[in-house]
Design a protein around this ligand. Structure first.
Ligand SMILES: Nc1ncnc2c1ncn2[C@@H]1O[C@H](COP(=O)(O)OP(=O)(O)OP(=O)(O)O)[C@@H](O)[C@H]1O
Ligand SMILES: O=P(O)(O)OC[C@H]1O[C@H](OP(=O)(O)OP(=O)(O)O)[C@H](O)[C@@H]1O
Ligand SMILES: [Mg+2]
Length: 285
């Protein structure tokens, strides 16, 4: 049986979370840091450690079958590489920014001006769509410094917390796209490796559902049970077990991780006690 060849970023912002998700789905790799390729111990997978920007071409050429990569890079390289799963990490925006004292308030206002960026193809696409003529300067890093050194009137770069923009006296005026890490697939993948990829996808979905959910246990007075159950949807429905103490029940269920803080006050107002919220490692519906 052949191995699925999966690319991850060798070093940088995606590396750690990519390795963590592989580990969480049971793919363990004995990785010497300077290794460029490693076979998994217990799954037919080989991991290739590559530069993020090189991965779309490797996918296109079929040198690797799949990759964990920023969606923004797939868009920039424009090779029609599809992805099958959003992975929920490395969330960021690709935005247009200008010096904070500038009057420009959208990409349109940069018509005839100079834009510095590491993502020229992405910017070009938006300029063409909006019929704007602007001059693009490709730079590979520290893009935010370009307006301060007189190289450009505006920039297009990745924005996450916004602190790099702030530190460089810039303001975001337009979000071109939102991005996160995705599981991308080579158009050349064969049937045997596709079957392995589908197993990986299933495992990833179980891990991501688990990460987005919490297991909640609480004690409820029976006369308030109906109200409490209304606040708590479950995978099918909550489990209710009698407590040794008369008039009380134990309620167990799964909720989305964001829901807890929204319902906690109402749970308490309805007499819920001993509320425990536990992480879920994996979830198969
Ligand atoms: N500040 C950020 N917050 C969240 N995600 C980010 C941030 N910066 C970059 N990313 C995402 O992580 C990906 C990798 O970014 P990183 O800076 O590590 O690599 P790179 O320099 O673009 O690529 P290479 O591996 O080719 O050197 C980006 O393509 C983007 O999807
Ligand atoms: O909005 P923020 O949270 O400040 O993040 C945005 C910054 O993060 C990225 O740079 P990175 O730190 O990856 O450095 P790099 O330019 O060397 O890739 C990106 O290129 C921005 O400069
Ligand atoms: Mg970076």
């Amino acid at each position: 049986m052949s191995n699925l060849r999966i690319a991850v970023q060798k070093s940088g912002r995606l590396n750690e979370d990519s390795m963590r998700i592989l580990k969480d789905i049971g793919i363990s790799i004995d990785n010497g840091k300077d290794q460029l390729k490693a076979a998994a111990r217990d799954f037919p997978v080989e991991v290739f450690y590559l530069r993020n920007g090189d991965i779309p071409q490797y996918l296109k050429d079929g040198v690797v079958d799949a990759a964990i990569i920023g969606e923004n890079v797939l868009i920039e390289k424009g090779n029609d590489i599809q992805f099958v799963e959003r992975l929920g990490f490395s969330k960021c925006k690709v935005s247009i920014a200008v010096p904070k004292e500038s009057n420009a308030s959208s990409l349109k206002d940069l018509a005839g001006k100079r834009i510095a960026t590491s993502y020229p193809e992405t910017v070009k696409k938006f300029l063409v769509e909006q019929n704007i003529d602007a001059q693009l300067h490709k730079i590979n890093g520290s893009v935010e410094i370009a307006p301060n050194i007189g190289l450009a009137d505006g920039i297009c770069d990745i924005v996450s917390s916004g602190s790099t923009l702030f530190k460089n006296g810039l303001k975001e005026i337009e979000v071109l796209l939102k991005s996160e890490a995705v599981l991308a697939v080579s158009p050349q993948i064969n049937a045997e490796r596709k079957a392995i990829l589908e197993k990986i996808q299933f495992r990833i979905q179980s891990v991501l559902k688990g990460r987005n959910s919490k297991y909640i246990l609480l004690n409820a007075p029976n006369d308030k049970l109906e109200n409490i159950l209304k606040l708590l949807p479950g995978m099918r429905s909550p489990t209710v077990l009698p407590l040794a103490e008369k008039g009380w029940s134990s309620v167990h269920t799964v909720i989305s991780k964001n829901q807890f803080w929204e319902i906690i006050d109402e749970l308490k107002a309805n007499g819920a006690e001993g509320i425990l919220v536990c992480p879920i490692e994996k979830m198969v519906l």
